[in-house]
Design a protein around this ligand. Structure first.
Ligand code: SAM
Length: 261
């Protein structure tokens, strides 16, 4: 039976085979890899991934699509989980083997999924996602650029982020209103992520970018004084988008020093 795309699950299916090939090339699945595909949908990427020799796990929320995937003889070796990916326990899923996470993501869950996955970054080798291009630009934005903000800092602190290529709306059915892009994230090892307290890092970054046009002196007023910021070799009259990710870690560590344990 023909599937009617469900808006609430962000269903825009890939139909352009050259885009599908390009994504699979970027992932470069190898026999022995454990790939986890989020939102396989009608299997556009899935069939190619399944043919690569890698072990494949699918997580699909839509019951009808899951049933169709389960009945596909080309996917008989694949593990299929009919669930909301935001509720998945990565530890249980990984079963002791590192995961390579991939997916053409529904845009409404893309940011929560990134943070859900990064909370278990030690289990994840890399991630390849198709997302709204504007989100990918913010994720990969370098310090000093207009798009550099909270998402850029919090992701770049945990991962190397690479924007790979743009995908036009015509590659999907139904056709979305916005451009998409494919992004690669490679989690950094735990010893490279050195904020002493990541909750404080999030607090400093959120406060600094709450009103981007404010200087640090003003936006961080309730957390650190201008003198304290100067002592860290950071200019209190700077605006947040001019700082490096490491500067935010320095600010968060100063806050950790003065916070009771
Ligand atoms: N991968 C397919 C493709 O490229 O054609 C489908 C991509 S479509 C943009 C997003 C897919 O994610 C849909 O199949 C949708 O049902 C599924 N999905 C949406 N929300 C989900 C969630 N919370 N957990 C798991 N899958 C979800």
């Amino acid at each position: 039976m023909k599937h009617r795309p469900r808006k609430r699950f962000g269903q825009n299916f890939l139909v352009d085979s050259s885009v599908i090939d390009r994504i699979v090339d970027a992932i470069s699945p190898q026999p022995g890899d454990h790939l986890v595909e989020v939102g396989p949908g009608q299997g556009a990427l899935t069939r190619q991934l399944a043919g690569s020799g890698a072990q494949l796990t699918l997580i699909e929320i839509d019951r009808d699509l899951s049933a169709a995937l389960a009945a596909d003889p080309a996917l008989s070796e694949v593990r299929l989980i009919n669930a909301d990916v935001l509720k998945v326990n990565w530890q249980d899923l990984a079963r002791g083997r590192p995961i390579r996470l991939v997916g053409n993501l529904p845009y409404n869950i893309s940011t929560p999924l990134l943070f859900h996955a990064l909370a278990s970054a030690d289990l994840i080798t890399d991630m390849h996602f198709m997302l709204q291009q504007e989100v990918v630009q913010r994720m990969a934005a370098p310090p000093g650029s207009k798009a550099f903000g909270r998402l850029s800092v919090m992701l770049q602190y945990r991962c190397r982020v690479e924007s790979l290529f743009r995908v036009p709306p015509g590659a999907f059915r139904p056709v979305p209103k916005v451009d998409s892009a494919v992004v690669r994230l490679r989690p950094r090892s735990a010893d490279q992520c050195q904020a002493r307290n990541e909750a404080l890092l999030d607090q400093v970054v959120s406060a600094a970018f709450a009103q981007r046009r404010k200087t640090l002196r003003n936006s961080l007023r309730s957390l650190l004084s201008a003198d304290q910021i100067t002592q860290l070799d950071i200019d209190p009259s700077a605006r947040p988008e001019t700082l490096e990710v490491t500067d935010f870690v320095t600010l968060a560590d100063a806050l950790a020093d003065q916070s009771p344990d």
